[in-house]
Design a protein around this ligand. Structure first.
Ligand SMILES: Cc1ncc(COP(=O)(O)O)c(C=O)c1O
Length: 286
């Protein structure tokens, strides 16, 4: 497998990440993941835009234009012959010596970029079946809109879920549901779909944008409104969303079944609409 290291395609074992890299030292960087179906990226521009927006928010000077980045990502996908799979890429604020919390001069310290690919087929059986989750307090910082590589809060939440055999952790701030450790969170009540509005408490998910769009076009009522743990536990359906899992039914929360432990009709409809949106861009989804 080849990877991208700055603007070069190299073998993974050729990459040298300096121990003074600010990503390694401080978690000072951003990342993204784009999914490809049949060799074509889905919503690549939206992901790239989010990277550029995040970079602006943290004054990180990116060493490429949006088009250059997209071309490089496609080149790596083709090199690795990825048809359906994911490309993860991240950029850090570079190698600054001596170690110092404050930002280095970007004209002297260039950002460091890497990208890698994985072949990941769609797990249709899992999307039909759904997953179990836990709930826990959101212990993360207050810039959750930035797709930062500092993921310790998310990692800890996911670990708590895995310890009890669950797959995701629904985080809440004083009883208000924010999002999952690596997903946006949704509930359905009386035919209306709810998800937390964008802002500093959740990542502005690209899958969320697509799902909101297809739902609205299909005439399904949608409210970008925060909901409580209490409402979540009384919801008709619950699901999570992300680039890598699309819309994933949640069939058990803290050991209590949702919708009798089965995928509900609204999430099924959204899954179908999402696939249709993917197919419009990438061709038939299998
Ligand atoms: C914390 C968090 N929220 C939401 C999402 C979903 O975002 P997207 O739909 O852009 O993949 C992710 C994806 O990685 C995430 O890490």
């Amino acid at each position: 497998m080849k990877v991208l290291w700055d603007d070069k395609i190299v073998d993974r074992n050729e990459v040298e990440i300096d121990m003074e890299d600010r990503g390694y030292q401080f978690g000072d960087g951003l990342y993204e993941v784009i999914r490809a179906y049949n060799g074509t990226f889905f919503t690549a521009d939206e992901h790239i835009d989010r990277l550029f927006t995040g970079a602006k928010k943290i004054d990180l000077v990116l060493p490429f234009t949006k088009n250059e980045l997209k071309e490089r990502l496609y080149k790596l996908m083709r090199e690795n012959e990825i048809e359906t799979g994911n490309i993860y890429f991240q950029v850090t604020r570079g190698i600054a010596i001596p170690r110092d919390h404050s930002y280095p001069d970007p004209t002297k310290v260039p950002a460091v970029f890497t990208a890698s690919t994985t072949k990941v087929p769609r797990d249709q059986a899992k999307m039909d079946r759904g997953i179990s989750v836990i709930t826990l307090p959101d212990m993360r910082w207050l810039h959750c809109d930035i797709k930062s590589i500092s993921l310790l809060g998310n990692v800890m939440a996911k670990h708590e879920a895995h310890k009890v055999g669950a797959e995701e952790a629904i985080q809440h701030r004083e009883g208000i549901v924010t999002e999952g450790a690596s997903t946006n969170m949704w509930m359905v009540k009386d035919g209306v779909i709810y998800t937390h509005p964008d802002g500093n408490l959740v990542l502005p998910g690209i899958t969320k944008i697509v799902l909101l769009d297809v739902a609205r076009k299909a005439g399904i009522p949608v409210k970008e409104e925060a909901f409580t743990l209490e409402q979540l536990k009384n919801a008709d359906e619950v699901f999570s969303s992300s680039t890598t899992i699309e819309a994933m039914p949640i069939i058990e929360i803290d050991g209590v079944k949702v919708n009798d432990g089965k995928r509900g009709p609204v999430v099924k409809q959204l899954q179908d609409l999402y696939v249709k949106a993917v197919e419009d861009v990438c061709g038939e989804v299998r």
